[in-house]
Design a protein around this ligand. Sequence first.
Ligand code: FAD
Length: 412
Amino acid sequence: MTNADVVIVGAGHAGAQCAIALRQHGFAGTITVIGREPEYPYERPPLSKEYFAREKTFDRLYIRPPTFWAEKEIRFKLGTEVTEVQAELHEVTLSDGTHVRYGTLVWAAGGDPRRLSCSGANLAGVHAVRTREDCDTLMAEIDAGTRKVVVIGGGYIGLEAAAVLSKLNLEVTLLEALSRVLARVAGEELSAFYEGEHRRHGVDLRTGVKVDCLVGEGRRVTGVKLADGEVVAAEAVIVGIGIIPAVGPLLDAGALGSNGVEVDEYCQTSLPDIYAIGDCAAFACDYAHGAVMRVESVQNANDMAICVAKTLCGDKKPYKAFPWFWSNQYDLKLQTAGINLGYDDTVVRGEVVKRTFSVVYLKDGKIVAIDCVNAVKDYVQGRKVIEAGIFPDTDPLGNMAISLRDILDCKD
Ligand SMILES: Cc1cc2nc3c(=O)[nH]c(=O)nc-3n(C[C@H](O)[C@H](O)[C@H](O)COP(=O)(O)OP(=O)(O)OC[C@H]3O[C@@H](n4cnc5c(N)ncnc54)[C@H](O)[C@@H]3O)c2cc1C
């Protein structure tokens, strides 16, 4: 049995940032981070961008150089996972059979890729893009001659992967079950724009298509059978249909939650001395009218981690960080600010055909979010407009001659 004042479960963005922030805010106790993956914490976003495109090597993905952790006296147990939490005993059990006792437990376990439930889902050549291992396996298949790839799921990860693959001159088909890509996260204008961009780059992008099953020869995938009977040939399949929050042991221990573990405004779960942060934590989000939700972004992982670290160092403040996100596809840099949940109106600023524009989301007349494509100025000013919580006239909002800062100033 080992013990630590703070045990962090998950060596991803949130877990790493929590350990870093604890030391930054003067925490002098012992810290142990337990991570299922064998690597020290690394950035996940490049897995579908620069790392996948081979523009960055893995050593450039580390959140901190591996030597940093020893210097800060942050201990790691890697390649092992927490399988059980005994909340009363303040103890966790690991998959290697050992136990670790904690003063405070910070659950930062992210999520596992949602798998297809149809037949063929476990054939060789079917990949998720969540970990370095996922990415390396897929890249090795491409190196070995894979040319035809089917991407299932038109969310950000699926679209980013499709963009990289098409730039590598592979034959890419992208299948989205809903009537448009990015349907859960963006407005119709943005979806239509990205659909057009992918088709222009040669991706066979299909919306409103249902996958019946995956077909294979031997143990290897050879195609994706659609509900209408068509079989789309595939030498590899990427499944990007979201994640399932990795909270099993916590819920088994009695923590409240279902789609993620529920946390209060200090990121504390319903169990004593147990916090949860990052992709796996469901919280009432101020920027989404108090809706209880999980936010899957680096910003949210980092800021929740800092919130908990400060609390543990005696500076207890509610979690209220401003949400932002980004996505890179081809030469398009999308930056998103705010949360557009429940929006009832959109205004487009700029020229979609020139590939530099923004979509402003309003709810009951108030600006709640903005998606900016190659439009950094709008993004920077849009953040301030959202934080100010203003109710603008929609005519000037669509006029690029009037900056968002002007709109903000008018309301002062
Ligand atoms: C391909 C890809 C591209 C992305 N692009 C962007 C982007 O452009 N912008 C953006 O803002 N966000 C992006 N994201 C989302 C972002 O990476 C996540 O929101 C962020 O990683 C969440 O951090 P986390 O620490 O909560 O989870 P993770 O980073 O997933 O870390 C959780 C860790 O916990 C481990 N774990 C799970 N269960 C256990 C257990 N029981 N015991 C021990 N360890 C466990 C997991 O193996 C994992 O290593 C992307 C994600 C992916 C996968």
